[in-house]
Design a protein around this ligand. Sequence first.
Ligand code: GLN
Length: 579
Amino acid sequence: MAKHIFVTGGVVSGLGKGLTASSLGTLLKAKGLRVTLQKLDPYINVDPGTMNPFEHGEVFVTEDGGETDLDLGHYERFIDEFLTRASNATTGGIYQAVLAAERRGDYLGKTVQVIPHITDEIKSRITSLATDDVDIVITEVGGTVGDIEILPFLEAIRQIRLDVGRPNVCYVHVTLVPFIGASGELKTKPTQHSVTELRSRGIAPDVIVCRSEAELGGDLRRKISSMCDVDLSAVISAANVSSLYELPLAMHEEGLDTVVGEVLGLEVGQPDLTEWEAVVARGEAAVTPMRIGIVGKYVSLVDAYLSVVEALNHASAFSGVKPTIDWIQAEDAEGLLAEGRLHDLDGIIIPGGFGPRGVEGKVAAAGWAREHGVPCLGLCLGMQVMTVEYARNALGMERANSSEFDPTTPYPVIDIMDSQRTVTDKGGTMRLGAYIARLEPGSQVAEAYGREVVSERHRHRYEFNPRFRSRFEESDLRCSGTSPDGRLVEFIELEGHPFWVGTQAHPEFKSRPTRPAPLFAAFVEAAARRLTGRTAAAEPGESTETASSKADGEPANGRDPVGVGAGGGLAPAADSDPA
Ligand code: GLN
């Protein structure tokens, strides 16, 4: 039977509960256990699909088309398993299920209440992950202990201990131990209060993970141990680390996996962290500076492009380069070119997005990259603006555009699919999740992937318009990857350019620190070649294992559902610009 670990947070939000849960997952998996992770979010949105990435960070898309919290991205990158939409539940989604059951009459006339109906639904979301092929379910409860909306979740995880038996549950509480500059001290009082609050809900933590700027000394550990009633070995100091991938190693040093193993009675030895140590060593050894521009709309909140940044980091580590990201606000198209904002870049990434704001700046950046031989990777909307740019400036289709941004354009080179034209409810009209593409033999993308059939995740409503495809292909632009039936264009590239590649998909979601996404690997190699060319005086670095030689884009568990992406999910309303 699967055992459960619950991760709660106290004192403040943003402590890195998700990374703590992910690190613990990494360590337990490295001990040979089968681990899965889940995030419960107390907000009322049914899923994060409608939430503004500027407020909430990116929407992470799972293989089965779930629009989920960005913590699922951390989980997948750390434990290297594909998760599903079942790994993320919100208050809104839980109420939706309970209300639907109530309308169906499933409750047989009973009064429907938070306890037991909402709490039972929460428990069923948790236990549904505890299948026969899982040893450990790690459930992170979003929000902070003391919040009003977290109460049903705390009640549910409290009850689960009784349901599944005490030895099968471990509660990990992540808190802040702040440094007070005036007295020059780390303070444990907020942790004590937070644990008191948790205990008032009937949950006594087994382990306390203390986030702090500096490592906790013995005195503080003893104080927390005695005031919060946990073993001294269960007070884990989580001081700042320079790279997030160091966290599992740091947590192992602190004994997190050992103490959790003791609480749960796990009979497993030490974790094999060889692969993870290699991730950290590779990151540390990658020092050649490289400048990559990310041209986007949400550039002041880095989390809005979290998976893109991580995919860039993974690929860079394998190529021995250290990217500095130049966040380029796409709104001022003319300014971008006039101010020479793009001049010093070794590569440009144009990420996904919704709504017209910043689109012209992205078009300008794509054009600059095309004309100046700068490697450029377009992701989803990025591919669409590359198509628009090429139509306007290389093929002379004046005012070409996506019909998302200009419904009256004479050249809708990106258009909504016919099947979706009449749908008025935006929900369910997106192409979401994993879809297969066939790559043209000998193309740059086939070269990058090292294969001709690939699967990547999608989240979009508009497509390359097949009506114009022959116009493009009479020139140097290749539609180098399509859906298996040839109808939908999935990849474009430009003959004669070092790397001007766009994909309708989001390959960033499948990138791993151990296995970069092939397209990012190829992009970074192209950028590194440009860098080497630009600094011809410098010796080119020697790397025996290049990014693309390692990248194959498939998970260790080998699950790669074919074309499972289904409609469903809501329009990213908050994500769209108001007119
Ligand atoms: N807005 C575009 C569409 O819906 C692109 C979406 C994206 O980049 N994820 O097709």
